[in-house]
Ligand binder design. Structure first.
Ligand code: SF4
Length: 538
């Protein structure tokens, strides 16, 4: 696709799937009476939707959807007038000196800015919630002075460095990688990833890096031409800088799905290498609007989610985020238990909404028009995919009922750089465990776990292991196993995987019981990094 065709795709009047920052244009097809299916918008040059994008329509009329404002308490549920509930929400925040608002970062940027203005009007702190890996990638790259591209431009590459298992995290982006390979079958493609997944099948060469800091070290080895610290398997990395340098249009595609400190280190190495090669960088985030959310938060003086939770407020409004699932679950649960008034606004119930005393319904982000920033220079306006159910307001309408006003977000300025910390591998016995993203579930899974298609394909968490490690633990493919880690234990199904290096394991990211195993604490240097675990028979 030419760059003008790429711009055309961003201007296409369509709804957008924001379940990753490929941001596929999506529309609804009628498949029969009262039966609708999502479909991609072919004229915009995209190749289709992945499994995640296919759940959007199903979520819209999900049987568990929140349809009315209500109060929990005394073992019962009292339905409330929406206008009165919005006024009560505002008063709960206004009537204390210790109030905060946490909003999910995948709302459109103008809704996020309106949330920030509303929070200020009631003297509350506010924060935008995005996955830690997204936040680290944006904070590591946005001010790094790289030349950025969107995934549509990958097709023009004549040499590629792919960091992460792009096919698993951003399936439609893989389409443009294959297009580039088809145009130039001899194009050099190096894949650096924690597992030799499907993306490694596209590669001229691939290197399976250790989880956590291993990816940053592998990119550094390519840049420096010195791979000796990574062992004999990494020997081939040393010559790759020259191969990439010979290309006219080298590109680096980076999808980071674990860690926080390690992703900051990875972003710094990617930026460094890109500048030396004069390569374009295509950053891939889990949240479609991660870039827009973090720029809006920075421009609106937002705090960090962890800063708010480390010193829990008396009154907390959570909009759309399942903060308990999305972050260190035990630490967040403890913080939420000391909040006196918890209000939840959103389309679907989750761990956080079930704790809330007051709950208000809201449209999904894809049921309204808005703007998202998919990446630097990739602002996309979108239309509603479907109208929300009758009587269900948008978040902006709820804010208006609560006394808030419309605001246009400032997304022009890059987010200030954050400095990488150097975390080594965790010491101790046992397998090194990281979370594994998959092409079916989105982020913490609090939405996709509720839908039929993901339930049919990945209904329970799996543990991906090398066959030798499974045998050593007395396990085999398909057997039930227990993972015991610093935060507790979880039961999983074993999948032996030839792509998995020995001594390392990956477990489904979209299940809260798996995230509980890690025992992460808020704001610590090793939060969201790999841990050592014991694995045995269930
Ligand atoms: S690739 Fe991303 S944007 Fe496209 S359908 Fe899948 S999740 Fe949605």
């Amino acid at each position: 696709m030419s760059s003008s065709a790429s711009n055309e795709s961003l201007r296409a009047p369509a709804s957008r799937c924001l379940l990753c920052n490929v941001g596929c244009p999506v529309r609804v097809m009628r498949a029969g009476p009262d039966q609708y299916l999502p479909d991609y918008v072919p004229h915009a040059g995209y190749a289709g939707l992945c499994g995640r994008g296919s759940v959007l329509v199903e979520l819209a009329d999900h049987p568990d959807r929140i349809h009315d404002a209500h109060r929990h308490g005394g073992g019962g549920r009292e339905v409330l007038d929406l206008r009165a509930a919005a006024a009560e929400m505002a008063e709960a925040l206004r009537s204390t000196d210790s109030a905060a608002v946490i909003v999910d970062g995948n709302w459109d940027v103008d809704t996020l800015a309106a949330v920030g203005a509303f929070a200020k009007s009631v003297r509350a702190k506010w924060a935008v919630s995005v996955p830690p890996n997204d936040e680290a990638l944006v904070r590591g790259l946005d001010s790094a002075g790289c030349r950025f591209i969107g995934p549509e431009a990958i097709e023009q590459a004549d040499a590629l460095l792919l960091v992460g298992d792009v096919f698993a995290t951003h399936p439609v982006a893989a389409h443009w990688i294959l297009e580039a390979k088809t145009r130039q079958p001899r194009m050099p493609v190096l894949v650096l990833a924690a597992s030799a997944g499907v993306t490694a099948d596209f590669a001229s060469a691939s290197f399976q890096a250790a989880p956590g800091a291993g990816l940053a070290a592998a990119v550094a080895a390519v840049r420096s031409g010195n791979a000796s610290a990574l062992g004999p398997r990494a020997k081939g990395l040393a010559g790759w800088k020259d191969q990439l340098k010979k290309a006219k249009q080298p590109m680096i595609v980076v999808a980071a799905d674990t860690g926080c400190a390690s992703v900051l280190a990875l972003a710094a190495e990617v930026a460094h290498l890109a500048k030396e090669l004069n390569a374009a960088v295509c950053p891939l985030t889990t949240y479609g609007n991660a870039w827009g959310a973090l720029r809006t938060a920075a421009a609106g003086g937002a705090a960090g989610v962890e800063d708010i939770l480390k010193d829990p407020p008396e009154a907390l409004l959570v909009i759309g985020a399942d903060v308990e699932s999305a972050l260190a679950p035990q630490a967040v649960a403890s913080a939420l238990s000391s909040v006196l008034t918890l209000v939840y606004v959103g389309p679907m119930p989750n761990r956080t909404s079930r704790r809330a005393g007051l709950v208000l319904p809201a449209a999904f982000a894809f049921e309204q028009s808005g703007r998202a920033l998919l990446g630097p220079g990739r602002e996309a306006a979108f239309e509603p995919l479907l109208a929300p159910p009758a009587g269900v307001p948008t978040v902006r309408e709820i804010l208006a009922l609560a006394g808030g006003g419309a605001v246009k977000a400032d997304i022009a300025s890059p987010v200030a750089a954050a400095t990488a910390r150097a975390n080594g591998e965790p010491k101790g016995e046992g397998l090194l465990l990281v979370l594994a993203n998959d092409p079916v579930h989105f982020a913490d899974g609090s939405l996709t776990r509720e839908a039929r298609w993901p339930q049919a394909v990945i209904p329970r968490p799996v543990l991906l292991l090398a066959e030798e490690d499974a045998e050593a633990a007395g396990l085999a493919d398909g057997r039930r196993a227990v993972i015991q880690g610093p935060g507790g234990r979880a039961e999983v199904e074993v999948v032996t995987d030839a792509a998995q290096a020995r001594g390392q394991a990956r477990a489904s990211a979209a299940f809260p019981e798996v995230r509980d195993v890690f025992g992460w604490k808020l704001g610590t240097a090793d939060a969201y990094e790999p841990v050592r675990v014991q694995v045995g028979k269930a």
